[in-house]
Design a protein around this ligand. Structure first.
Ligand SMILES: Cc1cc2nc3c(=O)[nH]c(=O)nc-3n(C[C@H](O)[C@H](O)[C@H](O)COP(=O)(O)OP(=O)(O)OC[C@H]3O[C@@H](n4cnc5c(N)ncnc54)[C@H](O)[C@@H]3O)c2cc1C
Length: 811
């Protein structure tokens, strides 16, 4: 009889630590009919050779929640399964050897406080007491994270596998999946040399093979392997309770390993691997040594730990690990194929992430949605072009080193750039644009004046573009600014059921007359905000949905999934056929009116109106709406006419080109929320202060309505988004800074920027208070925000600091 069952409820592909963790957690959720298939042996891919560092904190609140969960799980696995994991929580020390790294570390420690992770500022001397071999002659300061530690990766994976088996999961080794069976747009099983297995759900946990496995199903899983190095010294009599030590300034970490020292590297220029494919025989393989490549790390290590000069290297290790284009892992249901889930691309933090990611994905599979906001790692953030091999090859050479590189605010990728351009790209470039990348698009972030190189000079303090951005904000607040907003995603929704379906999906009332734009959220059944966008009615049976570039794939996916199968509706992504020029500021009308026959007066063309008009020789759609909080129009123009329109507008004189950093400053002063930061699928419009955009009384039911009604009836909200402004104009906020009220930690900032018009740093952030975040509660507290472990007085407000009645947009 074949050992391979012909069917299973859930098939997991890959027996590394991630696949084992997903299997373990599915079993915990009561799923008995789970089959895990491993092409060779459990852990034989990347897992077996990892260094095993585990941290209690990651760069967002929810990812920290997952990291903390991993630690808790690894602590109890041995008792539960009888298989030791080797977890030791000796803590970790991060040292800084220059002032900017010290800024970064202190900001990181402050973020740890926001996420309620212990982090302690310690002196160089104290660091040396805890790590006696450390040379501290150039150490500026250090942070100690007492909960961090290290685990044995293979043992931890085996403990998860054992726990999964104990819960009923069937695990088969030496069984390679060779194809994915699909039916009616869903995953329906897998093919193997031993036969097919039909399944309701397929989970791709194939590590660095996950891209190839994805292609079997027509799913993009953008990742690429890179060589990843460490060395292990001869015995050095190190105590087993030595904390892990990180010296990111020289791209290295140090870990006690059975009395020896393991020194690992995150070098700035990594070596992509496996371009020609991963050898079929790969199983517990190592890659060839590259001593020249590792040499600079070793030199830095000898400086940091002088005893290394007299200690031999016992083992030089090089193994492949997979990296994604933005250095965050890929989790969730693939937008291309229903019931096909992915957990891959762990960017060298797969061991510490496995517990949490496995738990989250299992809950996602069983519950039909992520357990909380996981947008940071959601696979829907990827664009199809990011799955190209050459793109990945270039990007991965940079991605590996970024883990230890300076985490500058506004830091931009340097590789694989210039790929996705708006029609105005060349014009903007000629005018001094400094570009940043979002969803593969090149977007002008700021404009350098003539004679200045449009290049970032990064810092935690005011960066080189600060004053240019201030000028762009000033022009928009006082005169008129021109923004290239072409990267907006645009979807046409057409058909006789378009209104009916959109009324169900939108929380606002979109049953408006043609020629109106409506700001709305799309909610999930829990009342959480899945999308934040505008819906413009073009005609009786036609709408245009406009949303942010970063969420294009996710929002399109949500829209298509929520239109009922029997509905007569067609959805087309027309993003690339249309450019968008934002003309924003009190003088925008004066700029546009002489160029058009249409009456742009407030009565004839009120706020929210959207019309086809002609400007110069160009026929376009003008929509009176603004993300900047000023009088203005978004001009939707067929791509081929965009440059001509741009020249016409610029030819009028007095218009200032503005970038995305100015837009961010303008929108945050007006307290306009940013999806992914200020609003996510775990925040309701009421909590977000967006109740005004919800049409409870519209003549249609909408997704999430019942939950909002209940929340409304429950009285004061225990969680509410507030706007903050620092009183001191000097410090800068970036987000994830802790918020204190009367000395008590009550939340953290969700997004932040310098408000150039208001003249100080502005932020938003959720505050939690059991008794309700009411106006009295806000007004009666003494508010502070922690910036790099120093608290600064702040003002808090339920209403926007800038133009709370929106009078300026409606003149
Ligand atoms: C040198 C080095 C040091 C590291 N240090 C750390 C660290 O300190 N901390 C940390 O958190 N992380 C670390 N990592 C990263 C960590 O090892 C990985 O992120 C993690 O092991 C990834 O696990 P995985 O299950 O996704 O992949 P893998 O372990 O590679 O598992 C994938 C499995 O899928 C199987 N498979 C592939 N295709 C198929 C198919 N078609 N059919 C069936 N099975 C298939 C493979 O055989 C493989 O066993 C390190 C990595 C390296 C290389």
């Amino acid at each position: 009889m074949s050992r391979l069952p012909s069917q299973a409820e859930i098939v997991i592909i890959g027996g590394g630590i991630i696949g084992c963790s997903v299997a373990y957690h599915l079993a915990k959720l009561g799923r008995k009919d789970v089959l895990l298939l491993e092409r060779k042996k459990l852990t034989s891919g990347t897992t077996w050779h990892a260094a095993g560092l585990v941290r209690a904190m990651l760069y967002s609140g929810n990812l920290t929640k997952l990291a903390r969960y991993s630690l808790e799980l690894y602590t109890r696995l041995e008792k539960e399964t009888g298989q030791a994991t080797g977890l030791k929580q000796n803590g970790s020390i991060s040292i800084a050897t220059n002032a900017e790294r010290w800024d970064e570390l202190r900001r990181g420690a402050s973020m740890a406080k926001a996420f309620r992770v212990e982090a302690e500022e310690i002196s160089a001397k104290k660091a040396q007491e805890m790590w006696p071999l450390l040379n501290i002659e150039d150490v500026v300061g250090a942070i100690f994270f007492p909960r961090d530690g290290q685990t044995n990766p293979a043992d931890t994976a085996m403990a998860l596998a054992k726990g999964a088996r104990m819960g009923g999961v069937k695990i088969l080794e030496d069984c390679k999946v060779t194809g994915i069976i699909t039916r009616d747009g869903r995953a329906a099983g897998v093919r193997t040399a031993e036969g097919d297995v039909t399944a309701e759900v397929v989970v791709n946990c194939a590590g660095m093979w996950a891209r190839e496995v994805g292609l079997m199903a027509g799913v993009a899983v953008p990742l690429h392997a890179a060589e990843h190095f460490y060395v292990v010294t001869e015995p050095m009599d190190l105590p087993p309770n030595l904390p892990v030590m990180r010296n990111m300034d020289s791209c290295a970490y140090y870990k006690e390993d059975a009395g020896k020292l393991l020194i690992g590297a995150f070098e700035p220029q990594a070596k992509p691997w496996g371009m020609a494919g991963i050898p079929e025989t790969f199983c517990f393989d190592e890659l060839p040594e590259d001593f020249d490549h590792f040499q600079p790390i070793l030199e830095g290590a000898i400086h940091r730990v002088p005893k290394l000069a007299e200690t031999g290297i016992r083992k030089f290790f090089n193994g492949p690990e997979s990296f994604s284009p933005d250095q965050r892992y890929l989790l969730g249901e693939a937008p291309e194929l229903k019931n096909f889930f992915v957990a891959a691309g762990f960017n060298s933090i797969g061991i510490q992430s496995a517990g949490g990611a496995g738990m989250a994905l299992a809950e996602w599979i069983v519950g039909g949605h992520p357990p909380f906001d996981l947008w940071d790692v959601d696979i829907r953030r990827m664009s199809p072009h990011q799955n190209r091999k050459t793109y990945l090859y270039d990007r991965v050479s940079e991605a590996l080193g970024l883990l230890y590189a300076m985490h500058w605010p506004y830091r931009q990728f340097e590789t694989a750039r210039g790929i996705r351009l708006t029609p105005l790209y060349m014009r903007l470039k000629e005018n001094g644009a400094c570009f940043g990348e979002v969803a593969g698009w090149e977007r002008a972030n700021w404009f350098a004046p003539k004679g200045v190189e449009p290049k970032y000079d990064y810092s935690f303090k005011r960066q080189n573009w600060f004053s240019y951005c201030a000028g762009e904000v000033k022009a928009t607040r006082e005169k008129v600014g021109l923004f290239d907003q072409s990267t907006f995603a645009k979807f046409l929704v057409r058909g006789s059921d378009a209104e009916r379906e959109l009324q169900r999906i939108c929380a606002a009332d979109v049953a408006v007359a043609p020629g109106r734009a409506v700001y709305t959220q799309w909610l999930n059944a829990r009342g959480g905000i899945e999308a934040d966008l505008t819906v413009t009615r073009l005609a009786e049976e036609a709408y245009m949905v406009v949303t942010a570039a970063a969420t294009a794939g996710r929002d399109l996916h949500w829209l298509k999934r929520n239109i009922r199968p029997d509905a007569r509706v067609l959805v087309d992504d027309v993003t690339n056929s249309m450019a968008v020029l934002g003309v924003m500021g009190p003088e925008s009308r004066a700029l546009l009116q002489p160029l058009t026959d249409a009456d742009l007066g407030n009565e004839a063309f009120p706020f929210g109106a959207s019309r086809e008009i002609t400007i110069g020789n160009v026929q376009l759609r003008a929509t009176r709406i603004s993300y900047m909080g000023e009088l203005g129009w978004e001009l939707y123009v067929p791509s081929e006419f965009a440059t001509g329109l741009f020249d016409t507008l610029m030819g009028r004189g007095g218009v200032k080109l503005c970038g995305m950093h100015a837009m961010d400053s303008l929108r945050i002063e007006k307290a306009y929320r940013h999806w992914g930061h200020d609003i996510t699928d775990e925040d309701t419009p009421l909590e977000a202060g967006l109740g005004f955009a919800v049409a409870f009384d519209k003549n249609a039911d909408f997704i999430g309505r019942d939950v909002l009604l209940k929340q409304k009836a429950n009285g004061p909200l225990p969680k509410r988004l507030l706007q903050f402004a620092l009183e001191d104009p000097e410090p800068l906020l970036y987000h994830n800074e802790p918020i204190y009220r009367d000395g008590e930690l009550v939340g953290h900032t969700s997004s932040a920027s310098y408000g150039h018009h208001l003249g100080r740093a502005i932020a938003m952030g959720y505050v939690r208070h059991e008794g309700g975040v009411t106006s009295d509660y806000v007004a009666s507290g003494k508010w502070e925000i922690d910036v790099g472990l120093r608290r600064h007085a702040a003002q808090a407000s339920l209403r926007p600091f800038y133009d709370p009645t929106s009078a300026r947009m409606k003149v």
